[in-house]
Design a protein around this ligand. Structure first.
Ligand SMILES: [Fe+2]
Length: 472
């Protein structure tokens, strides 16, 4: 029998999990869905199947994927939990037996399962590459699902060539079609390493490199430019000793230094340089590019990480992200990361026109508070387009801060040869008072005009992390 969710902010309100899976083939639409927008827009997020065991962390819920299939001016919707090994085990037991954020807090007979499980939670992001839709969660294998029905197929290991986890933030090279990705702590829990992988445009895993890192760190995202790959090592450290003593397995240790590993794309682990960086923190990068050995990147930068404690278990709640620019001059033997904030508005979940990934570009997109600063709920209610040429942004709020919420917007080009930024911005917006979500389709060049179309669900999509687009 299912039990009530415990008192935890990430299980209440717009975070509260959906208890159903459904198919709604023809959503009610306000406005007009552009006829040239054809494909599927996906959202992924944690959606605990049962009341979680132990102290619940936002990152610890079972993955649910939501798909909006768009064609001929119509929108259909499907949502499914991902049938990972953990999901199936607990479905059999009809309760939570596992604390995925701390294996040692699981029911004793399942501790070994958690330590050796390859499928994880599938709750973070997705990527469409080489004809496969992979649901991602950085601690485990990717998980393949049917792109139309979202039916679970199984964990995916690139024909046995992937032996580690895969980041939730792989990069697709728009020029070569390659998929470039990594795994941190790839040789075992809390190990000091990163494995880098490349799969060609057919999805064949061709390259892997093992990189030793200065210490075991959580590495959520990375940067790929035309000529370099950057691995950020911030002191959000992992520790088996802490975990076994009941202390935070992952904690912020600001007395340690930050390093950015910079590796030429055509080089190996022995060509990587560790570049020093101030102790800032970044979950997500908008894009990065290089010119004559000088690397520029843009990212949503925190002073210290949100959602994670220090070694004593204290969480600071005032961590706010702002768009920043990094410059790393690889011609300088003493190079350091030079960083500066470039946008006065808070922002997260940055995106770019995918055709301009890894190259110099003008426009980025993000979720942001309509007022520029998030209120007490911390939720964002607007999407924005940042113009790197003018240093300004255009933003659109889906309602007041106390009644509307949204997250990562995804940019879809109008056509293959459209100019940069000419296309559609897709996001899920939620009326937090009515507890209802809708797919919002906007003209990315005219955000302030408001939505071109909105496709309404009669339930809410709980706050999740990332999504993606699969062209029809
Ligand atoms: Fe992420």
């Amino acid at each position: 029998m299912a039990r009530p969710m415990p008192d935890n902010p990430f299980l209440q309100g717009i975070f509260s999990p959906l208890q159903m899976e459904c198919d709604a083939p023809d959503l009610i639409i306000e406005g007009e869905v552009p006829g040239d927008l054809r494909g599927s827009f996906y959202r992924n997020g944690p959606n605990p199947h049962y009341a979680p065991r132990g102290e619940h962390h936002l990152f610890g819920g079972d993955g649910m994927t939501h798909a909006f299939h768009i064609a001929h001016g119509k929108v259909g919707y499907t949502n499914r939990w991902i049938r990972t090994a953990k999901f199936k085990l607990e479905a059999e037991l009809e309760r939570s037996a596992i604390n995925p954020m701390n294996p040692f807090d699981s029911e004793e007979e399942y501790v070994e399962f958690v330590l050796t499980d390859k499928e994880g939670l599938a709750n973070t992001a997705c990527v469409w590459h080489a004809g496969k839709l992979l649901i991602l969660e950085e601690g485990h294998f990717p998980y393949q699902v049917d792109p139309h029905t979202l039916a679970s197929i199984g964990s995916y290991d690139f024909d046995g060539k992937l032996t580690t986890a895969m980041t939730a933030h792989p990069k697709v090279d728009p020029v070569t079609g390659e998929l470039i990705f990594f795994a941190y702590m790839s040789q075992g829990p809390f190990e000091s390493d990163i494995s880098l992988y490349k799969a060609d445009k057919e999805g064949v895993l061709t390259t892997s490199h093992l990189i030793k890192t200065p210490y075991p760190a959580m590495v959520h995202d990375f940067v790929v430019t035309r000529n370099y790959i950057l691995f950020p090592i911030f002191p959000l450290t992992g520790s088996l000793e802490r975990a076994m003593q009941g202390q935070p397995p992952f904690a912020w240790e600001p007395q340690m230094s930050s390093f950015i590993g910079v590796m030429p794309r055509d080089g190996g682990a022995d060509s990587l340089r560790w570049i020093e960086c101030d102790n800032i923190f970044v979950f997500h990068w908008m894009n990065g590019y290089d010119d004559d050995g000088v690397i520029t990147s843009h990212q949503c930068q925190f002073q210290h990480p949100p959602l994670f404690p220090d070694v004593d278990g204290n969480i600071t709640t005032d961590a706010k992200p702002y768009l920043s620019r990094w410059r790393i001059d690889m011609n300088d033997p003493n190079a350091r990361v030079v960083h500066e904030l470039i946008d006065e508005n808070e922002s997260e979940f940055p995106q770019v026109d995918p055709r301009y990934a890894m190259s110099e570009y003008r426009y980025g997109f993000y979720a942001t508070p309509g007022s520029g600063t998030a209120g007490a709920s911390g939720m964002y209610n607007a999407v924005g387009r940042y113009d790197h040429q003018t240093g300004s942004s255009v933003r659109y709020a889906f309602g007041d801060a106390d009644s509307a919420a949204t997250s990562e917007p995804i940019f879809v080009p109008k056509s293959d040869d459209a100019r940069e930024g000419e296309g559609y911005l897709l996001a899920v917006a939620t009326d937090t008072l009515a507890n209802r979500s809708r797919l919002v389709i906007m003209d990315a060049e005219n955000l302030s005009d408001g939505p071109l179309a909105q496709a309404y669900l009669n339930h809410k999509v709980p706050v999740g992390f990332h999504g993606g687009w699969r062209p029809a």
